[in-house]
Design a protein around this ligand. Structure first.
Ligand code: IMP
Ligand code: MG
Length: 173
């Protein structure tokens, strides 16, 4: 296995800061309620923890665990492994995810949260493999569009490895 840098640490930091600024601007008039940030475990944790430290609005964080991948292949079936602790009722929810590929994971979660009485549900993803999309889904905040390659680092894994790389790399055989 070989790692080839796709997005450097410096570019990631810059983009994450820009996203946090935009999100903070967009929600700043929501005075009577905080933003509920819902991270999808485990891939979103590094992105989410950097993102929230640049945000300037009140927010709470919570996590959901979903799985749709096995190695480098999507299975098409989304398993719901862990659910929210916070109530979604009446909240502005921002789903934070590492990467969107087919879109099945985010479609499943957005629809699931919408049935639970939130005020709004938006989506923030760091990486978008736009050529792989199987379902039409609106991405409200996006870090980077990337080619259809298997990537690791900054939270993303290959069989649970490489999550700790501080940059995004393409994993080549
Ligand atoms: P989707 O449901 O096909 O959109 O897949 C999204 C999920 O697949 C993400 O949450 C990731 O966990 C995983 N995934 C998709 N592409 C990659 C990749 O290139 N590297 C690591 N994980 C990926
Ligand atoms: Mg994921």
């Amino acid at each position: 296995m070989k790692l080839k840098t796709l997005i450097s640490e410096k570019r990631l930091k810059l983009r994450v800061k820009q996203l946090a600024k935009r999100i903070s601007e967009d929600y700043k008039y929501e005075k009577d309620t905080h933003l509920l940030i819902v991270g999808i475990l485990k891939g979103s944790v590094i992105f989410l923890s950097d993102l929230i430290r640049y945000m300037t609005i009140p927010c709470k964080i919570d996590f959901i665990a979903l799985r749709s991948y096995d190695g480098t292949k999507t299975t098409g079936v989304v398993q719901h492994l862990l659910d929210l602790h916070e109530s979604p009722v009446g909240k502005n929810i921002l789903i934070v995810e590492d990467i969107i590929d087919t879109g099945y994971t985010l479609e499943y979660l957005k629809n699931n949260l919408l049935t639970r009485g939130p005020k709004s549900v938006k989506i923030c993803v760091l990486l978008d493999k736009v050529d792989c999309r199987k379902v039409d889904i609106k991405i409200d905040y996006k870090g980077f569009t990337i080619p259809n390659k298997f990537v690791v680092g900054y939270g993303l894994d290959y069989n649970e490895l490489y999550r700790n790389l501080p940059y995004i790399a393409v994993l080549e055989k």
